[in-house]
Structure formats: structure tokens, C-alpha cells
Design a protein. Structure first.
Length: 203
């Protein structure tokens, strides 16, 4: 780590460190309430579109028999992992499904590298045979999966009969304060003459 990078992180810690610590202490005093609704993917039909919001940007999708999960973040916290602990924001509500309650997935879609949209702890618990589809320059975050498609805007890949295309959104993709290389975007999913857009984060 060079001096410029150290100065960037030191400045960030001075500006936000105290508030961050106070927020983490305050939230640790209360339990995370359960989700108000619980989906039943086993009852979903493969001849229609069904989806369930699991929390934050994580959506479980059955798109005419193609099963996908967007921006997986299903743990209690997201953030930097040090000494076996994750330091970062905590969920406001428990996810509607736990990781081990997910059905078999054809693909996981990751719109960008921000830790609340690309939680490595969640990704590590998904089956390796699931296809991972990410935006340009994010392959390293999902390299444990056996099939990885890294897409620039306008590029596409086919997953179990569904076409998944990376599209432009108004956001940014840094995972660390000094990142400049990571891509970001949304996904246009088409199948059976139907279309679905997942925008990730976009203004």
C-alpha cells in the first residue's frame, strides 16, 4: 500500500470513524426482526415469472424456469472481514430466506462490487456450479464459481434459455476507496418474448 492510499484511508477514518463506531454499538443492542413475509419457491411454476424480494437488492427470480439471484447479501452484516468478524452495516430486517433455504440456482447476478451488493460471505456459501454473471473487471470476486461470465455493457450470455445482457446505469463500481477499474451496471434478461430489468443501484 503506497503513501497516497494510506492518506486516503486515514482521511476517511477521521471523517467517518466515530460515527461508524457509534452506529455499530447502537445497533448491537437490539435484535434484527424477522422478515414480515416468507416466500415458498417450491410452489413456483416454471411457465411464468415469479420473484421474491429477499432484502436490500437481493431478489430471487424464477423467469420461466430460469432461476436467478441478484446481488446476494443474506448475512447479518456486510463489510470488511477481519479476524473472523465482519465490520460494516447491519441488516434492518432478516432476509426473507436464509442461504440454506434457497432453491437450486442457474445463475447469480452481481451488478457491482459495493459490499452491500456483492457480499463475499454470501457468495462463498452458494454452490460452485451456479453460474456467476458480473460486470467488467469483477471476475476476481466470483472466481470460486466454475462458470463465470464477465460482461461489458452490451455483451450478453445465455443461461438455461434466458439471455442476460449487461446494461449501462448511472452509478459507480469501486469496492475500496482507491478502486478505479471496476465495472458496474444492470442486467436485461429476456426469455419467451418477455423482458425483465435488474438495475442494481442506479440514479
Amino acid at each position: 500500500m503506497n503513501l497516497k492510499t494510506l492518506r486516503t484511508y486515514a482521511k476517511y477514518a477521521r471523517q467517518h470513524g466515530r460515527r461508524f463506531i457509534n452506529e455499530r454499538i447502537s445497533e448491537s443492542r437490539t435484535p434484527i426482526p424477522p422478515a414480515p413475509l416468507r416466500p415458498d419457491p417450491a410452489s413456483w411454476r416454471d411457465d411464468e415469472l415469479t420473484l421474491a424480494w429477499l432484502g436490500h437488492a437481493t431478489v430471487l427470480i424464477n423467469f420461466y424456469g430460469t432461476w436467478m439471484l441478484t446481488d446476494p447479501a443474506l448475512r447479518s452484516h456486510v463489510g470488511v472481514r477481519l479476524a473472523g468478524l465482519t465490520f460494516g452495516p447491519r441488516r434492518l430486517v432478516q432476509p426473507a430466506l436464509k442461504i440454506n433455504e434457497l432453491p437450486r440456482l442457474d445463475a447469480v447476478l452481481v451488478s457491482h462490487a459495493h459490499m452491500d451488493h456483492c457480499d463475499l460471505g454470501t457468495l462463498k456459501r452458494l454452490p460452485r456450479q451456479t453460474a456467476a454473471i458480473v460486470q467488467k473487471s469483477n471476475h476476481d470476486l466470483v472466481r470460486r464459481f466454475r462458470r463465470v461470465s464477465e460482461l461489458a455493457w452490451g455483451e450478453s450470455v445465455e443461461i438455461n434459455g434466458a439471455r442476460v445482457e449487461a446494461i449501462e446505469v448511472n452509478h459507480w463500481g469501486a469496492r475500496r476507496l482507491t478502486d478505479r477499474h471496476r465495472g458496474y451496471g444492470g442486467f436485461l434478461i429476456t426469455k419467451n418474448d418477455r423482458a425483465l430489468v435488474f438495475g442494481g443501484d442506479t440514479a
